[in-house]
Write a protein that binds this ligand. Sequence first.
Ligand code: PLP
Length: 389
Amino acid sequence: MAKVSPPPECLFKPMNFPQKVLMGPGPSNCPPRVLAASALPMLGPTHPEFTLIMDEVKAGIKYIFQTNNEWTVCVTGSGHAAMETACLNLLEPGDTALVGINGLWGERFAEMVHRQGIDVKTLHRPTGEVFTFEEIEEALKKHKPTLLSLTHGESTGGTLQPLEGIGSLCHKYNCLLLVDSIASCGGVPLFMDLWGIDCLYTGAQKVLSAPSGASPISFSKRAKEKVKKRLTEVRSLYFDMNHLANYWGCDGEARRYHHTGPTSCIYAIRESLAVLAEQGLEESWKKHKHCAELLYEGLEKIGLELLVKDKSIRNPCVTVVKVPDGVDWKSVIEYTRKTYRVEIGSGLGVLVGKVWRIGLMGYNCTPDNVRLVLRVLEEALRVTRTARL
Ligand SMILES: Cc1ncc(COP(=O)(O)O)c(C=O)c1O
């Protein structure tokens, strides 16, 4: 018999779980109730007790998206899996996608479209700015896209894209509206049906404060028809909405095994949706607005400047703060991490080294956490400045 290589030494040591306060752009800390749910016993992917939990998750997603769409499911994987699902199902060769890029997430989506060999046109705005109705209309007229993709809460620049009216504008030009609400859903008003959004997705680990691994996504009637009328098969079997809709009990047929869902993540997201339902969406939106305003005020008091000047387009869930001249951004976040186990996010994409990102989402969105992050940031600025003198 061949010689077996030895087991890795690291697996004989206990895992390291430092308790951190995650005040970056995600993940958020999970409430104990959500963590406890993820430790519950396994069920099989088509066991009636499990499909009942899936139905409850589906009802919760419809509530947080404010939709009645039949095709409402969770895809297995992080937010990227939902992005891929939207891209793979709604587009096929011969289509054109128009992607709004005002941060990393538009760039990512444009790359996903490109990798499928589908024509992609882009509409650009600097990170920290949003698109106007007029420029969107101009681009729709010019490119005649099948689909327009916008990021609701751009976690790179801390912006919140206004969406009211964009759905009907897209429909006037025979275009579907796709929205990434991973870093905003649950924390700000969002009405999928009322605003005419055709495909909407979010992530588990932000406002929902659940572990990443199951990502909610919903398709309007129009979007479902687009998938049903495809001339070509969806290129991924795993992310094919025809299969996923059946597995999630959305097509009125008997559920067939499609894949083994991430059981523990589904339990966890079920509980996190229950937390949000008990609180109520309006209360959650109010809480995020209130905490964000406390944060803006406190940051200005300690002499820090926000990237987004116009308050009406700030995403309360992720605040982007400029690194002042002469300050070493890395030392500041290392100080808060090492001294207080408080995690503040660094900049992403074009803003690396220029900004910090502070998340206030779901379970972590509390006035106490605002005070904590302000206190540790102020101390870190003082200590790291002194150390450089
Ligand atoms: C707006 C937005 N879209 C997409 C993603 C990707 O999500 P995930 O990291 O869960 O794949 C993120 C993650 O931060 C995000 O903020």
